[in-house]
Design a binder for this molecule. Structure first.
Ligand code: SAH
Length: 219
């Protein structure tokens, strides 16, 4: 290892401890979620210039006008999914790949879709470098979902949608859970949908702010 790479890898221990305390105080209690947040190096998902802020409970820019979500929101959404190790999960909006990394620790396989190719490629390289091998990547339009891999036990949408796309509800297993920031942009609520045998149950969890789902693919 070169001298440079040694000094370029701070451990962030005090910052991590503070973040975990904040999350516990905000009712994130699942040990496997807290441990995933503790061990996944968030600093590697953000631009170098923001490294000092990696463990602040804040969303941060990742380029292309997109953001990595606040750790608290990542934790709330993950907790609301009630994941099991056997689950196959669809994520819409790969972004930096951070949420996918957390999901990959708590499920069998994550299928992640992103419309911006450069973001998808860097997320894929980053996660593969971290030896995470249970994520499948696709450049595509999240509103269409991933019919070839459906149905999913869980679906997480990490961009704001006015309405939950019908294709995604169709790709959710009976008994499955979908979580999404849904509603008019600027007034979206975190919504949890449970798909029953013959009805769909919707529950509003809290107000959140997300970048919008855009139509079609880019680049
Ligand atoms: N989960 C990400 C944060 C996502 S930000 C993380 O952990 O870093 C929202 C992402 O949704 C952006 O990268 C944006 O490009 C993507 N997005 C927006 N509309 C989309 C669509 N129609 N299909 C797929 N991805 C989309």
């Amino acid at each position: 290892m070169t001298r440079k790479s040694q000094t370029a890898m701070p451990s962030f221990l005090p910052q991590k401890a503070r973040l975990l305390m904040t999350l516990r105080a905000q009712a994130i209690m699942q040990p496997d979620i807290l441990s995933a947040i503790e061990t996944i190096p968030r600093e590697q998902f953000i631009p170098d210039s923001l490294h000092a802020h990696a463990y602040e409970n804040a969303s941060l820019p990742i380029g292309y006008k997109q953001t990595i979500s606040q750790p608290y929101i990542v934790a709330v959404m993950t907790q609301a999914l009630e994941l099991k190790k056997t689950h196959r999960v669809l994520e819409i909006g790969t972004g930096s790949g951070y949420q996918a990394a957390i999901l990959s620790r708590l499920s069998r396989r994550v299928y992640t879709l992103e419309r911006l190719r450069p973001l998808l490629i860097s997320a894929e390289n980053r996660l593969k470098n971290m030896q995470i091998s249970n994520i499948t990547y696709r450049h595509g339009d999240g509103a269409k979902g991933w019919p070839e891999a459906a149905p999913f036990d869980r679906i997480i949408i990490t961009c704001q949608v006015a309405e939950i796309p019908a294709n995604l509800l169709d790709q959710l297993k009976i008994g499955g859970i979908l979580i999404a920031p849904a509603g008019p942009s600027g007034k979206e609520m975190l919504v949890r949908v449970k798909r029953g045998e013959d009805r769909i149950e919707k529950e509003e969890l809290m107000p959140v702010r997300f970048v919008p789902m855009l139509a079609g693919i880019d680049r």
